[in-house]
Write a protein that binds this ligand. Structure first.
Ligand SMILES: [Zn+2]
Length: 138
């Protein structure tokens, strides 16, 4: 019997003032969208923005075709006093992983909340060990 161990590392940024200019721009776009989110009962608001390979930044549900370089997700609500930001659910991770597979380039993920630390993950695949890809069905 063999036992294989998987390791995963990510960057922890103390606050948004320590982000690069490009990442800060993305976070601010995601925050602007988050504030417009409709969440009257849960008060749990989520905003997202992404940067394409042509440096275009989009913060809506529809975006032009291109290679996604970075996705930023920010949230606010009852969890926002926690030490770390929330991370995407399994279904969202799978969708991101499929994009990563189709474009054959990693997607950076920035996770932030209203307060607290920011996490930067260099590729979505790290969030899903033994990732399922549609190519398995071919
Ligand atoms: Zn999700």
């Amino acid at each position: 019997m063999k036992i294989k161990e998987l390791t995963f590392s990510y960057q922890i940024i103390e606050n948004k003032s320590k982000l690069s200019k490009e990442d800060l721009e993305l976070l601010e776009k995601a925050e602007a969208v988050r504030e417009k989110a409709y969440a009257p009962y849960s008060k749990f608001k989520v905003g997202a923005a992404l940067r394409l390979d042509n440096n275009m930044v989009a913060a809506k549900s529809h975006y032009p075709k291109g290679i996604i370089q970075t996705v930023c997700i920010t949230s606010s609500g009852s969890h926002s006093s926690q030490e770390h930001p929330i991370s995407p659910c399994g279904m969202c991770r799978q969708v991101f992983a499929e994009y990563e597979s189709i474009q054959q380039q990693p997607i950076r993920l920035i996770l932030a909340s209203e307060k607290g630390k920011i996490f930067i993950i260099n590729r979505i695949q790290d969030l899903i060990p033994l990732t399922f890809y549609p190519s398995f069905l071919e």
